[in-house]
Design a protein around this ligand. Structure first.
Ligand SMILES: Nc1ncnc2c1ncn2[C@@H]1O[C@H](COP(=O)(O)OP(=O)(O)OP(=O)(O)O)[C@@H](O)[C@H]1O
Ligand SMILES: [Mg+2]
Length: 542
């Protein structure tokens, strides 16, 4: 075949000219048919000068021929249009398939995102992906319920053509799946220049006339032609270069969270209703995932706030306790001085008398005994005060409460018998294991039983019961003594409060401190004239 038998059209240069198929002298009917069967592209013949000449020459002699020629040209024209439409539909279908596949990819990645910052970037990477949505640049604005503002949160894309050339050549080689995966594993994001440009942009939701606020409030997508009369009064300079922008709301559970803004300022490609529609389907598919990310972010912020409050409370507590302690120590010092004054005066008096009488017959050794007694008493008070004021160090062990009580009772056996007091024990059958400093707990039990003995100076009954009550192990020590007046109950734990001649008033405050240090408490019930019940509650091992 020679070159004049080939098609003129640049797209079909390797094919035979449709007319030449019929005029080529060397082709038999078989050949013609074969040539025709490969000659499937005839849609452009109606534009071809050669075709036009041939049809006019060949069919031009009779009116009927002319009509046939015209009809043929017309048919070809229609065929060409149909073929074009078909191609467009196929292209659109292909685009939709790519969009659906990308959408799946984006929503899957979004579900695995653990931070709002990542979720925003995943969505925007999809919007600007060359594989499907193909917007040049995009940003997300979110409503801040607390401030009542619409705030720019994230943006992706170049600020100008040079930047575009650089960025797009860098990322065009990276498949979208990898870009999305990289966002997931990234810890820190360096904001691109577009993001930096809009970082401070925010607008009040009260500004109802602003097109962006309107789009948010009505949850309707819009195309903004910045220079048109309708929008020229609004300032969009924060989004550089733009002439036209698409605004598509992000709506989840009937609430607009914000919107996606997208444009094609670099390529200048017009934003069509179709492209906004596909952006809308992306926004709708991503909105629930984004909503989750926003809720998670709020939760995270609340947890952080709680932790901060907790720290604050802890540090304040330490401060308050220190203060309480200082105030306590002040009281302790003045009360101790008061307590010590009387025995010291007595000791001083006796010492002077000893000095005067020593070596004479007036010397009375009882004076030395009194001094020794008083000094012993002062030593006792001193150690109790030290016990109270020292930041107590506990020697914690796992112990059975029943054993500790038994040991304390053994210690007081003689005293109880001498006071005519009978004891009744009602110990829990189960082991009552607690974490405790056994020596300290023994000290508490001895203090309380000592008080009970003092209260039953005409004999009586001391009952001791142990039990498990929910998360506490409870020791109840009851006596049938004189009881405590309701008004005095509040004073029992005050330092140096005593109704006894030789009491120091330190037994119960020290006991309370020990039990407090173990995370427990002491509750007192008393009926004057009938007796008292001291319930000591300590945390049980769970
Ligand atoms: N079982 C009780 N029955 C009646 N009164 C009690 C009982 N236990 C404590 N009290 C009252 O509480 C006061 C304070 O007790 P606390 O043990 O702190 O000091 P004290 O017994 O007076 O002196 P100390 O124990 O230091 O020798 C007692 O003086 C007493 O008035
Ligand atoms: Mg006491």
């Amino acid at each position: 075949m020679n070159s004049e038998n080939l098609c003129n059209h640049p797209d079909f240069k390797d094919k035979l000219c449709w007319i030449s198929v019929f005029t080529h002298p060397g082709l038999d009917i078989q050949g013609k048919n074969r040539a025709l069967s490969i000659q499937d592209e005839i849609a452009f013949c109606y534009e071809c000068e050669h075709f036009k000449n041939m049809t006019q020459r060949g069919f031009g002699r009779r009116e009927a021929d002319k009509t046939i020629a015209m009809t043929m040209v017309k048919l070809m024209e229609q065929l060409a249009i149909k073929q074009q439409n078909l191609q467009q539909t196929a292209d659109r279908l292909q685009e939709s398939l790519e969009q659906i596949s990308l959408l799946n990819n984006i929503t899957d990645t979004l579900a695995r995102s653990d931070r709002l910052e990542k979720s925003l970037r995943i969505i925007l990477t999809g919007v600007t992906s060359g594989d499907a949505y193909r917007f040049n640049r995009a940003g997300i604005f979110l409503v801040n319920d607390k401030t009542g503002m619409l705030e720019a949160k994230c943006a992706i894309g170049p600020q100008n053509a040079e930047e575009a050339a650089r960025i797009w050549s860098e990322i065009s080689r990276i498949p979208i799946d990898r870009l999305l995966e990289e966002i997931l594993i990234e810890d820190e994001f360096v904001p691109c220049s577009m993001e930096a440009a809009i970082s401070d942009v925010k607008m009040s939701l009260k500004d109802e006339n602003h097109p962006l606020i309107q789009a948010t409030k009505t949850a309707r997508e819009i195309i903004i032609n910045i220079k048109s009369d309708m929008y020229s009064q609004y300032d969009f300079s924060w989004w550089p270069l733009a002439d036209q922008m698409a605004i598509v709301p992000l709506v989840s559970e009937g609430r607009t969270m914000g919107f996606i803004l997208a444009d094609n300022a670099i390529t200048g490609k017009e934003i069509t209703v179709d492209s906004v529609e596909s952006l809308k389907s992306l926004a709708n598919a991503c909105a629930p995932g984004l909503n989750n990310a926003i809720l998670q972010e709020k939760l995270r912020a609340q947890i952080q706030e709680l932790e901060r409050m907790n720290e604050l409370i802890k540090s304040n507590q330490a401060y308050l306790m220190q203060h309480e302690r200082l105030a306590d120590i002040g009281t302790l010092a003045s009360k101790t001085a008061h307590e010590f004054r009387i025995p010291l005066v007595a000791i001083g008096g006796y010492a002077r008398r000893i000095l005067k009488t020593i070596g004479t017959d007036k010397f009375d050794p009882k004076m030395v005994e009194i001094i020794i007694e008083e000094v012993d008493r002062l030593a006792d008070i001193t150690s109790e005060i030290l016990e109270y004021s020292r930041i107590s160090k506990l020697n914690i062990k796992e112990c059975d409460v029943n054993n500790i009580i038994q040991q304390s009772l053994n210690h007081l056996e003689g005293k109880l018998a001498a006071s005519g007091i009978k004891t009744e024990q009602n110990f829990s059958q189960k082991d009552l294991i607690i974490k405790v400093d056994p020596e300290k707990l023994k000290q508490v039990i001895l203090n309380v039983i000592d008080n009970a003995i003092d209260a039953m100076n005409e004999g009586g009954k001391l009952k001791i019961k142990t039990s498990r009550q929910k998360e506490y192990v409870v020791l109840e020590i009851s006596d049938t003594g004189e009881g405590i007046d309701k008004n005095d109950l509040d004073n029992l734990f005050n330092l140096f409060y005593t109704t006894k001649n030789r009491g120091t008033g330190l037994g119960l405050p020290v006991s309370k401190k020990i039990i407090d240090d173990h995370g427990g408490n002491i509750v007192i019930n008393s009926t004057p004239g009938k007796g008292s019940v001291f319930s000591i509650r300590l945390p049980a091992i769970q």
